[in-house]
Write a protein that binds this ligand. Structure first.
Ligand code: Z16
Length: 823
């Protein structure tokens, strides 16, 4: 220890007085404002900086412990981290809520308003990005030394507004107010080469002469888990030019072109691609993927070599997880670094690469499986194309030697048939020692479909690790009424060990507890009622059933089925207003990819139906339809605690897992859903009586895909369905433009790829059962309590333990071990 580290500095918070002192200090000396003249933004910045200080000692202790004990490290490479806001969760994790609240009140600032003013970091599209964020929380909670690596997008996922019922997109500029959590690391920069050509030297050594080189610059955000003892790092890369201006050009007076390279470099981290499940194959996207993967691998190799000298032991100390194929270029880039920079043979480098990498697949949809044209790939990454061809040759030899008869063309990484391209899923599979699906069903389907041949070549490489969600954000922090009740009833063990929540199950039989469980839900619903009123001007009753579908807009998720059921119900109510209707509020939230016309049209349909239904005096409170704009992590935190019914109605076999399904069940909503993704496992755990399952199974769907499915016949055989489609198609909800929804009706009539018509009748039947079930308040509450009690297994902590044991081969330290390193 040198003199500097021996100096003790303490900014620890013990009470509200400490918080006040620290906030004022930050206001003055970091923000540069006098408390008298501080606005909300300033208070927010000061509070974040004060809280961030609380993490630093634990953060450094965590790093020191990893070095001292030479622990194996996990690197989670993800193009997306959908972290949302950090302030509230960090304060709660550190146990500082009471003193912070008190201090701010005394300072005359509004705590809740400050929390709401923090920008929602939307560096992701949906489930995949949010999973990465939950996993960071869990890796810190479990004390696993880990880094998240991603891109510091200047513009995250677009902001959605609804204009005249249509989605409009506006840029998201979360960084303009400054990201006070992060530490810029100006000293951590890496060269990122692109383009050019590979020249072979006389002695046969390939040398890559890139056409351009840019820089990746590191920005670190500390990530604390529950109780804040272990703190990991989220390191995001920003693109920087190797030189700001081209001086030669500048001196020749070519001012704009002198900046060209600089602009190109900064463009790489400018924007998040907003497509959740279709891949565009664009040059910039490939550059983004290589940019952050290369920077991350260079960084982790440097870290490894700073305390180890034998690079062949890399897999003993490093585990790299590829979150989807987006960082799959890691297979070739790690090879390149090991061979070209560190002098290993291709054979040894490949062994090390495979033993270090593992890959998570998140979808089976063919349009989402990345594939690059050879032309584009070769022009951006010529050296990598050579390496991939080499890997493919080895792989082909294995395949040819296998006893099974295989279509060799189909297992190749480089597709030589008509399409011609690099199959990134194949590359990730061949270059990894483990490949996982995100639910049991999804892992099964991987073996049966897209990875069937690869699975037979490399048996037992595929496994399922069912997704999970962090109970800190998705129950304890977002649902205070329920969290308080749970803590009072069964203690707080569940926050750090969600399976302990099972202890609340017996209380399902306790009428007094049920009353309090309902009261918590009611409180959350009242809060959402206020928000709905103020944001979209619709009055809804908190006594109605809150029926919620919140997720990206996609045909396979079938928001269309949901709104069609609403139309059917609307007509039924109009026909017989006096019948005993169960009042419902249908709440939708979700963004459509800007280029996805059908998804955008479905948003318009929802809003057009909502307009008709909500303004119909005959309907009243029996049915209301709400589309909440700009669905994101923060709105999810307010909708989920208020939900009674969770819509998980994807075409069976198409939703890899789902994670909203877990969050909603945990917060005491019942699920209406298909046997898809993790719904299957949720059903197993909550029990068949406590969930509403309907519709085709994945097997049924697969059979129909082979035998053919005639939606026309189904429509003709179902009066209600026919009425609904006729109404939508003839302009009942769009009198100003009667043909507006023709495309939707045509699609369902002639090419119902997502089996909306096939599941329509079963869905309506099940919804009516839900109606009846909701009317029996006591039994409904009993079942919701059992949902909360029985979904503890879907904790991200459990998922991370599974990864640690079955994929990464890292230890999860005990609580005592985590504490020893801290202070
Ligand atoms: C995404 O969010 C998912 C898959 C994908 O290919 C791309 C994106 Cl951006 C989702 C799955 O659709 C969902 O089922 C799953 O729960 C989630 O990834 C996390 O695994």
């Amino acid at each position: 220890m040198n003199a500097a580290t021996a100096v003790t500095l303490s900014r620890r918070i013990e009470d509200a007085e400490d918080v006040k002192r620290l906030i004022i200090e930050k206001l003055k000396y970091a923000v540069g404002k006098d408390p008298e003249h501080s606005v909300r933004q300033d208070w927010s910045a000061a509070l974040i900086l004060a809280v961030r200080d609380q993490l630093v000692d634990h953060w450094m202790a965590s790093t020191r412990r990893a070095y001292d004990q030479d622990q194996k490290r996990v690197y989670y490479l993800s193009m997306e981290f959908l972290i949302g806001r950090l302030l509230k969760d960090t304060i709660i994790n550190l146990g500082l809520e009471a003193p912070v609240r008190e201090a701010l009140t005394e300072l005359g600032a509004d705590y809740d308003e400050i929390l709401r003013s923090e920008p929602d970091a939307a560096l992701g599209n949906g489930g995949l990005g949010r999973l990465a964020a939950c996993f960071l929380d869990s890796m810190s909670t479990l004390g696993i030394p880990a880094h998240g690596y991603g891109i510091r997008y200047e513009n995250g996922l677009f902001r959605q507004s609804i204009r005249d019922g249509w989605q409009a997109e506006e840029p998201e500029d979360w960084l303009v107010t400054g990201h006070n959590w992060e530490f810029e690391r100006p000293e951590v920069v890496y060269n990122i080469p692109f383009g050019g050509e590979v020249i072979t030297t006389p002695d046969g050594k390939p040398i890559w002469h890139p056409a351009e080189v840019m820089l990746a610059a590191a920005y670190d955000t500390p990530i604390a888990g529950w109780r804040g003892r272990h703190v990991n790092t989220l390191r995001l890369w920003a693109g920087k030019p190797a030189k700001r201006v081209d001086l030669d050009r500048f001196n020749r007076g070519e001012y704009l072109s002198a900046m060209e390279a600089a602009v190109r470099a900064e463009t790489v981290s400018r924007i998040l691609y907003p497509d959740d499940t279709t891949e565009e194959g664009k040059n910039l996207r490939l550059r983004q993927e290589f940019f952050f993967t290369s920077a991350s691998l260079q960084d982790l190799l440097r870290r490894y070599l700073s305390s180890h000298d034998d690079i062949t032991k890399l897999p003993e100390k490093v585990a790299i997880q590829l979150n989807d194929t987006h960082p799959a270029i890691a297979v070739a880039e790690l090879m390149r670094l090991l061979v070209d920079t560190h002098g290993l043979s291709m054979e040894v480098a490949f062994q090390l690469t495979r033993n270090t990498l593992s890959y998570t697949n998140h979808t089976l949809m063919p349009e989402a499986l990345e594939r690059w044209s050879l032309q584009l790939f070769g022009s951006v990454l010529p050296r990598h194309l050579d390496i991939i061809r080499w890997i493919d040759e080895q792989h082909l030899r294995t395949a040819a030697a296998a006893k099974r008869t295989l279509d060799l063309e189909r297992v190749r990484i480089v597709d030589h048939t008509n399409g011609q391209g690099v199959r990134m899923g194949h590359l990730a599979f061949v270059g990894s020692h483990r490949v996982n699906g995100v639910s049991a069903l999804h892992a099964d389907l991987m073996k049966q479909t897209v990875f069937h041949d690869l699975d037979s070549l490399y048996p037992s490489r595929i496994l399922g690790v069912t997704n999970g969600v962090t109970p800190r954000r998705w129950l304890h922090s977002c649902n205070k009424p329920l969290s308080d009740l749970l803590i009072e009833t069964i203690g707080e063990d569940w926050i750090g060990d969600l399976e302990a929540i099972e202890a609340v199950a017996p209380y399902a039989e306790d009428a007094a507890f049920r009353e309090r469980f309902r009261a918590a839900k009611h409180e959350n619903k009242c809060r959402l009622v206020t928000e709905i009123q103020s944001r979209v001007g619709i009055h809804v009753s908190p006594d109605a059933m809150f029926d919620v579908q919140i997720k990206r807009m996609h045909e396979y998720k079938r928001q269309l089925l949901n709104i069609m059921e609403a139309v059917a119900q609307y007509f039924a109510i109009r026909n017989d207003p006096a019948a005993d209707w169960t009042p419902r509020v249908k709440i939708f939230g979700g963004k459509a990819a800007p280029g996805y016309e059908m998804a955008k049209l479905i948003i318009k349909l929802i809003n057009d139906v909502a307009r008709a239904v909500n303004s119909d005096p005959v309907v009243g409170d029996r049915l209301k339809i709400v589309f909440l704009p700009n669905y994101n992590v923060s709105t999810a935190e307010r909708i989920i605690p208020a939900a009674d019914l969770s819509e998980q109605i994807s075409t069976a076999g198409m939703e890899a897992s789902g994670t909203g399904n877990m969050k909603l069940a945990l917060n005491g909503a019942l699920t209406i859903g298909t046997l898809d993704g993790a719904n299957v496992e949720i059903c197993d755990r909550v029990g068949r009586d406590n969930i509403h399952i309907f519709g085709l199974t994945a097997e049924d769907v697969a059979n129909y895909r082979v035998s053919g499915y005639d939606s026309r016949a189904v429509i003709d055989g179902n009066e209600t369905l026919k009425t609904v489609l006729d109404a939508i198609g003839s302009g009942v909800f769009s009198p100003e433009d009667p043909n507006r929804f023709r495309a939707i009706v045509d699609r369902l009539s002639y090419d119902d790829y997502f089996f909306v018509t096939a599941d329509f009748a079963a869905y309506l039947d099940e919804q009516r059962k839900v109606d009846r079930a909701f009317m029996d308040k006591e039994d409904w509450t009993r079942r919701t309590i059992l949902n909360t009690a029985r979904v503890g297994w879907f904790s991200a902590d459990r998922a991370i333990r599974d990864y640690a044991r079955e994929i990464w081969n890292v230890e999860t330290p005990s609580a005592e071990e985590i504490n020893q390193g801290g202070q």
